[in-house]
Design a binder for this molecule. Structure first.
Ligand SMILES: C[S@@+](CC[C@H](N)C(=O)[O-])C[C@H]1O[C@@H](n2cnc3c(N)ncnc32)[C@H](O)[C@@H]1O
Length: 245
């Protein structure tokens, strides 16, 4: 079973999401186990202090290194060495290729996700424990809990057995069937909605034509909305040439 350890000051916020949808299913099926640890439990003073003013002055508070390092040591003494990941806006950008590498890596070691708050971490905690730094986008949230859940859910749905149909992840945006590009449009009943008809090809029953149409629409959408993906060879499988759109 793949183990994720999440270090946070707001365990309730993280736990409230773990039973929902795909993550809940992955946990019920014994594919994923998540332990949530409050690193405030590793403080030693009466006030359970996790933060302090920044050296050099300036606004905000900085997360102290001691509770973080001791919490990681406590987790790893029980569950072995983890791949240690700190969620931080100054990290490497998260994306599907990185999620896929994390999913593969989970066979060898669990993943630890460290959630920050305030101004972020005392740099020494991350350096001492050789944390990787991961950002979920070029914007700043108030805490690392949502980024940790984004990471967890993205990786969990790639693990064999989580999704009902193993093709789903490959056929999603950024997946292998979409050649690393965006998904094609989807339609369901009714056939006509407020005068708008479902594309005729999808009703034809001709699987070859349907596949060709979906591939063309996926390439068209990728070229229009995310030309960076269309041009990125690392995201493009051989034999697919995105059209202009
Ligand atoms: C207010 S932010 C700290 C921002 C930090 N001073 C900076 O400018 O990079 C507090 C915490 O939220 C989390 N966080 C906020 N935005 C994030 C993002 N885009 N990706 C990952 N984590 C983020 C991190 O854990 C961070 O330590």
């Amino acid at each position: 079973m793949a183990l994720f350890s999440i270090l946070t000051l707001f365990p309730d916020a993280v736990e409230s999401y773990l039973d929902v949808g795909v993550l809940g299913i992955a946990r019920q099926r014994g594919i994923v186990d998540v332990q949530v640890v409050d690193f405030r439990d590793f403080t030693r003073d009466r006030h359970r202090t996790v933060d302090d003013r920044p050296f050099g002055g300036g606004p905000g508070m900085v997360l102290k290194p001691e509770p973080i390092v001791e919490a990681v040591e406590w987790i790893e003494a029980r569950h072995g060495a983890h791949r240690r990941i700190a969620l931080t806006p100054d990290g490497v950008p998260f994306g599907q290729p990185l999620a896929e590498s994390m999913a593969r890596d989970l066979d060898e070691r669990p993943v630890l996700l460290l959630c920050g708050r305030y101004e972020g971490f005392d740099e020494r905690a991350l350096a001492l424990l050789e944390f990787e730094r991961l950002s979920i986008g070029d914007y700043v949230l108030a805490g690392g809990e949502l980024p940790a859940l984004v990471t967890l859910e993205t990786v969990a749905r790639l693990l064999p057995g989580t999704l009902g149909d193993a093709r789903s992840a490959a056929e999603d945006s950024f997946g292998a069937s979409a050649a690393g590009g965006l998904d094609h449009p989807h339609f369901t009943r009714p056939r006509v909605f407020r005068g708008e008809e479902v594309p005729e090809v999808l009703l034809s029953g001709d699987h070859g034509r349907i596949e060709a149409w979906r591939k063309k629409e996926s390439e068209r959408r990728t070229a229009r909305v995310r030309p960076d993906l269309a041009q990125d060879d690392t995201n493009t499988l051989p034999g697919t040439t995105p059209e202009g759109g």
